[in-house]
Design a binder for this molecule. Sequence first.
Ligand code: PLP
Length: 398
Amino acid sequence: MGIFKRVFIFLYGIGLKLDNTDSIHGHEYFDEATGAFIPPIFLSSMFEQRGPAKKSERGVDLKYSREENPTVMALEKVISKLEGSEDSLCFNSGMAGISSVYLHYLKAGDNIVITSEAYGTSIKLAEDLAKFGVHTKKAYPSADDIVSKIDSETAIVFIEVMTNPTLKVIDIKQVSERTRKSGIKLIVDNTFLSPYNFKPIKNGADLSLESLTKYISGHNDIIGGSVSGSRKNMLDIWEWRRMLGTILNPFSAYLALRGVKTLGVRMERHQENALKVAKYLASSSKVTDVMYPGLENNSYHNIAKRMFRGFGGVVSFRIKGGRDESIRVLKSLSLIKPSPSLGGTESIMTYPVLSASSSINKMDREKLGITDSLLRLSVGLEDAEDIISDLENAFSKI
Ligand code: PLP
């Protein structure tokens, strides 16, 4: 037997499985009474407590569903396996996870270094913490600029390794070497890549955040978020989740648990379609610029290839013209849904200046290339040819 096969069998034996297996078997359920393998949706708001409560696996009381819920715990187990983390917590939105993390790590006098290009609400929330004495230092999304903004007051550095919406790629190694040196928490919003393509914690981050709303649940039918990291960090953040009441609801947890089973299969298809669409866009006379790290001539292609398993399913591009032409394209789409969000089975087109990036100030937007002619396409799982036909038809109207 070859050495690789032996190593693989050893790792399998000690419980380390690969991502597609973990997505499906990361949590195993078996009900002795009925023989069922698929976990039910535990809707119970309360659990029996005669004296000390039963403990959940992370060692906290399982007595009330605002604190712990078995369906949510099952999902958390799968997410932890995929992220390669000790523990994970699920929230009722990506933003609920992000706010709990900010609240836990930031206090008056601290600053947060955040990239000027990130999900607009993550930036705005950081800026709004000014009223509690927290300062926001914005960095251009490059490792050099992020590192240069860190000072002795920095408590957390918050980045998207592949940025929303222009898909710039940040060298996490360089950033994490600097944050580690000063004990600063490095927090990565990994929503655009998903843990299938990239594992922030294995690459130097302290926490990995996901909007479960996107690739992990994958069907555009829930809102949720997750935070992953060490057991110690999760216990601290768990306390905030309990007090704020921001745990994911059991029905959405069940849908995410169901959706995540096909994460790998879907991601492969998303990115296969995305590459075809990106190549089409690059050939269109109505498009002036295509941003997709999967394209060999993209300036981030080499670093993205080194860091990620795949390039994700989002393609951003600039059309000839400005706001009027962008809006005409959105109005002319038929198969592709003009709407915010990403990462689901349906292809979705977003106009960043009016949605995800609207809370980024205009000066920053211009520096980052988030212009009136920029459109962001989340390439779905339809046949690529049909997505391209819909784009071609919409472009014929400008
Ligand atoms: N992070 C990114 C990159 C996002 O795109 C979004 C939402 O679009 C969020 C976080 C927030 O997630 P949610 O909408 O689930 O609160």
